[in-house]
Design a protein around this ligand. Structure first.
Ligand SMILES: [Zn+2]
Ligand SMILES: [Zn+2]
Ligand SMILES: [Zn+2]
Length: 222
């Protein structure tokens, strides 16, 4: 079994340091507002051990499309790939905005499906982005609480700290993936400027489980 990685992160509401394990308790303790709106907590991470996680709060009337948009905006969107939710054995396919208009596809109406029926504490479901170079996520529904209204269907409450990467060539902090050999090479700024390298294989290191994949260059918090 893979070693469990540490999962330090912080609360985006108050900047306090938390971990994937403590974020929920932190939110329950510090950010409830009895006069606020009802929200459900959702913890997002990967089905394999990784440092990446997000804590979201969603409005009960939010749609799968709202959730898809936030996951893409924060962690995933590179070239408008397809994505799907897997909920209780059912696959619900999402398409990217630009394609949606012309899509007469079956299941297109599911995009507006309310999340309400799946917002049961303890309920887990899966999500994938891109059927080629797939990024897989796991989502777990937490408590329903009242919080100050942000006007957002889906809000990001907390996330992991960007993991540190070390340059494969010189050991300094790395900023780029180099994907020519399809290996795990990462480079610091200086080493990435080596004239023998082909620029087109360089991708910035991002704080996302999609870092270094396809053409992913970062999201809302990078
Ligand atoms: Zn906080
Ligand atoms: Zn892509
Ligand atoms: Zn280097």
């Amino acid at each position: 079994m893979a070693k469990q990685l540490p999962t330090p992160g912080h609360c985006l509401l108050c900047r306090e340091e938390v971990t994937k394990r403590t974020i929920k308790t932190h939110i329950l303790k510090n950010h409830q507002d009895p006069d606020g709106d009802l929200r459900s907590l959702i913890l997002v991470d990967t089905p394999y051990s990784s440092p990446y996680w997000l804590m979201l709060s969603v409005d009960p009337s939010a749609s799968l499309k709202n959730l898809d948009d936030v996951l893409r905006g924060v962690w995933l969107e590179c070239c408008g790939h397809l994505s799907s939710f897997f909920i209780d054995g059912e696959e619900i396919e999402m398409t990217w905005e630009e394609e949606t208009a012309n899509s007469g596809k079956k299941g297109a109406s599911s995009k507006t499906n309310s999340l309400k029926s799946i917002l049961v504490p303890g309920h887990t479901f899966e999500y994938i982005y891109d059927y080629g170079s797939t990024t897989e996520l796991r989502l777990k529904v937490g408590e329903q609480i009242r919080m100050k209204n942000t006007g957002e269907a889906v809000s990001v409450l907390g996330m992991n700290e960007p993991p540190a990467w070390t340059c494969s060539e010189c050991g300094k902090p790395a900023s780029f993936h180099y994907n020519e050999e399809d290996d795990e090479t990462v480079l610091c700024k200086e080493c990435s400027e080596d004239p023998d390298l082909d620029d087109c294989y360089l991708l910035p290191i991002t704080n996302s489980p999609r870092t270094g994949v396809c053409a992913y260059e970062g999201g809302r918090y990078d």
